[in-house]
Ligand binder design. Sequence first.
Ligand SMILES: *[C@@H]1O[C@H](CO)[C@@H](O)[C@H](O)[C@H]1NC(C)=O
Ligand SMILES: *[C@@H]1O[C@H](CO)[C@@H](O)[C@H](O)[C@H]1NC(C)=O
Ligand SMILES: *[C@@H]1O[C@H](CO)[C@@H](O)[C@H](O)[C@H]1NC(C)=O
Ligand SMILES: *[C@@H]1O[C@H](CO)[C@@H](O)[C@H](O)[C@H]1NC(C)=O
Length: 479
Amino acid sequence: MNHQMFILLYVFMINSWYNALAAEPPNATKTFASTQTLFANPERGWITHRFSDDVYDVDSLRSSAEKVSLLLIKIDISAYRNSSHIGQSKLNEIRSVLATCRQQGLKAIMRSAYSWDLVLAPEPKSLETVKGHIMDMKPIYYEYEDIIVAVEMGMFGPWGEMHSSYYSTVNTGLFYPIKTSALREVHATYMSALPTARSVILRTPYYIRQVFNSNTPLSPAEAYSSNPKARTGYHNDAYLSSSTDSGTFDYGWSRAQELAYVGQMTRYTFFGGETYGTPNGPYNKAQNALVESKQQHMTYLNRDYDPPIYNAWGTTVKQEFTRKLGYCFQLQSLSHSKEVAPGGLFSFSLKLRNIGFAAMHLTRPVKLTLDNGKTGSTRVTYNATLSVDPRTWTPEANVISIDRKLRIPANIKQGVWRLLLALPDGSTRLQSDVRYTVRLANENIWNADGTHLLANDISITASAPGTRTNETVFREITA
Ligand SMILES: *[C@@H]1O[C@H](CO)[C@@H](O)[C@H](O)[C@H]1NC(C)=O
Ligand SMILES: *[C@@H]1O[C@H](CO)[C@@H](O)[C@H](O)[C@H]1NC(C)=O
Ligand SMILES: *[C@@H]1O[C@H](CO)[C@@H](O)[C@H](O)[C@H]1NC(C)=O
Ligand SMILES: *[C@@H]1O[C@H](CO)[C@@H](O)[C@H](O)[C@H]1NC(C)=O
């Protein structure tokens, strides 16, 4: 035999020997189609504002054109300016609107302020009173943690926009910034009032630098922790209005420097807000809005401010925001064992991307289900939670590959099984509510119960190759 044939035969023999030894079942591979369908997803997207004492038209938000699933709850605490505590009636009113959110499948961002009109220095004259009012809400932050996404700092100045305050650097004139000492005290109070997995969102990046006395944005090493910096986000209520976004970036840094700082920190923290200015302006025109929203990782945007700007964007760009605000996960392909024995090992490799503007900032389980495809009392399912944190599925991660082996229960019935994927809410209270599961941006795989059909052709048969055990659970095998 010639040299080349010898090598071929050698490779063939090594391969056969390897396959016999590893006895690995063959794989099936498929690709997933993307979808342009618009739908609501939790903790991101267009938002709308409601005062806690005036909650109207919230039952149609999820099905509106903008697929709103997030409410910004504005809380007017002006009546307690001279009281050491917020009254029970106001606290009950807040509980009631949060309960309404739960009923309607919505989540909430909250902001409290002592004035919702442009007036100078509306706050109590003692910072201890302001801090006491934040602590009055602490029990609510825990009772409704499941649906509270984050809290905007508010408290200072008109609209809680953190200027024109009694605690401003110049407290006899409008629009001066808050003094660093007051900022730090109120920030620290929020850190102790909020559950450790919840953030406070500040009005400018400059304030974040002041609070932490650092020009360095949140780093990957600090992210996903209960460290205060990892729990501090940014909102911009003059988004794209001018080169300084109407004073948002008025603290010695260029717009480019500010955007670079924001772009880094918002890989791991919330950014949201509302647009402002003359439609089709140099910053708020459609093309720049798309570029900066991606760069700044925008998670939420006020649908109701400002419509002329959104109208100038046109329907196509508005719909692009409906899809891309926050995270937007899209499956690309799946490779999996074609057949596996009861008690055997099932391999799979799932590839997906985040085509949204931002990462997911609150984590949740990623669940695989083996399903016999029957309905009613004959349906059998086995569930496994994957060791993966969907917060790490960032837009920058490009193609994310989830490669795992799972133990198939030894007592499973032989036959053809389906594989389903679901991302239910992390809270036990909401985990079986479909409105709080994440929907993937793919065609033809979404089921009304909140699962996605990954495969319907997994053959479970005792004759499949590979090792097996008598373990009766479906679970991920860690290497
Ligand atoms: C708080 O006290 C000030 C000064 O006495 C008074 O002008 C104001 O009306 C009071 N506000 C409230 C809400 O009670
Ligand atoms: C099947 O796919 C899994 C996951 O990608 C991989 O680990 C395994 O080696 C593949 N098996 C074969 C026979 O190709
Ligand atoms: C497994 O997950 C499916 C789909 O989410 C669900 O319907 C089923 O109740 C779960 N089964 C168990 C045993 O928890
Ligand atoms: C599983 O098999 C092992 C030995 O292979 C045996 O010791 C064990 O009792 C078995 N467990 C069950 C639940 O059958």
